[in-house]
Design a protein around this ligand. Structure first.
Ligand code: HSE
Length: 400
């Protein structure tokens, strides 16, 4: 016999309204949205204003509501809602990757203390059921690596840059209009969104808790037409990849643009689509693709969590027990660095050089670098530097 779920919904934007619609359409679930709390009192919405409340306590203080679904944009406000709901013994479903990545350890302790379930399938690659698969199917420690296109906005931009060579800002504007960019698109184009999702993937792949500042994220803000042409000439494409791999007992992880060949899973994942490749000792690589953003695809993952809660589903985090890996602090990898300011290339130290090019207005270098010299600021504060890595480059982890 399934539990009757009485849902308090926070947020009625793209995903919240999508959930309302899919839940109404799917009468298979023993669940109903009892109350909806939103922030903006003046906004016109697709259902009557009488359906909304503007006071979060109307959900959080209602003992009848046994499930809080948090689908708001603001990670700080979401933190307040989620922690209060857990404190009150309510199960929580969230799609807020930033909230989860920034407060991983604390949220795990809290949900254990109150014995509730905290599910977030929609936070990573939306409709692709990657978290539940990592938890249930790949529930042992045979996983060796995970790579994903986890951000639809940047994949959309890179696809169109490759196909049309149009200006970056014009394409970003289209992504915002299409509704899959974050309210603050910096989160997308500088790789933060991909990093938050990677941290969640690392938790469920290797049982490793990470904090955002320890995982490098390099974005695509500084990609130039010359870089796209460099890739095209060599039959490569650029993709923003969330990457984590076990090497010598450590996890080498980053978010960065990667040059991929046509034999790579990411090569044919275009526009706002996402994809994840999971690599295990015995099964080798398996690839999941699907819609990683948008109203219904994201709502479908939330719906799946709601459905699982009818039967008291909880993530068990089996890999967290006796975790035997740690995050690698530095490792060597094959990199491409380019700049319109030729002198700026010297900011990156190369261990060896495979290829280089210099003209008066554009220069690039390809070779091995140690990523320990990079941090987000190296990338962000040097607008002339575009940094990308190579698919399948041999990664040498520093053994200290
Ligand atoms: N801004 C995100 C993306 C939305 O572009 O993928 C889904 O998390």
């Amino acid at each position: 016999m399934s539990n009757k779920l009485k849902i308090g919904l926070f947020g009625f934007g793209c995903v919240g309204s999508g959930l309302h619609e899919v839940l109404n359409q799917s009468n298979l679930l023993n669940a109903s949205i009892e109350k909806i709390v939103v922030k903006d009192t003046s906004k016109t919405r697709s259902i009557d204003a009488s359906n909304f409340s503007y006071d979060k306590s109307s959900i959080l203080d209602d003992p009848e509501i046994n499930l809080v679904v948090e689908l708001i944009d603001d990670a700080d406000a979401a933190y307040d809602i989620v922690t209060t709901a857990i404190n009150k013994g309510k199960n929580v479903v969230s799609a807020n990757k930033k909230l989860i990545a920034e407060h991983l350890a604390e949220l795990l302790l809290l949900k254990d203390e109150y014995g509730v379930s905290f599910l977030y399938e929609a936070a990573v690659c939306a409709s692709i059921p990657v978290i539940r698969n990592l938890e249930e199917y790949y529930n042992n420690d045979s996983l060796t690596g995970i790579e994903g296109i986890c951000n639809g906005t940047t994949n959309y931009i890179l696809t169109r840059l490759n196909n049309e060579l149009k200006p970056f800002d014009e394409i970003l504007d289209d992504a915002q209009k299409a509704g899959f960019a974050e309210t603050d698109p910096t989160l997308d184009i500088d790789g933060f969104d991909s990093k938050y999702k990677l941290q969640i993937l690392i938790l469920h792949t290797f049982g490793l808790k990470t904090i955002p500042k320890n995982v490098l994220n390099i974005g695509i803000r500084h990609v130039k037409t010359a870089d796209i042409l460099f890739a095209k000439e060599k039959g490569l494409k650029l993709r923003l990849i969330s990457y984590a791999r076990k090497v010598n007992g450590k996890v080498a992880a980053f978010v960065a643009p990667l040059f991929v060949k046509d034999d790579n899973f990411a090569f044919d994942i275009n526009y706002e689509f996402n994809g994840v490749s999971i690599e295990a000792l015995f099964s080798d690589k398996q690839v999941f693709t699907g819609k990683g953003a948008g109203s219904f695809p994201t709502a479908s993952a939330v719906l799946s969590d709601v459905s699982a809660l009818q039967y008291d589903y909880k993530y068990e985090y089996k890999k967290l027990v006796n975790v035997n890996v740690e995050l690698a602090e530095g490792f060597e990898i094959k990199a491409f660095v380019s700049s319109n300011d030729v002198a700026a290339l010297s900011k990156i130290q190369f261990i060896d050089t495979e290829e280089e090019f210099t003209s008066a207005t554009y220069a690039y270098k390809v070779g091995t670098i140690n990523i320990s010299q990079l941090n987000h600021e190296t990338y962000r504060n040097n607008p002339d530097l575009f940094i990308a890595f190579y698919q399948d480059s041999k990664i040498n982890v520093n053994l200290n």
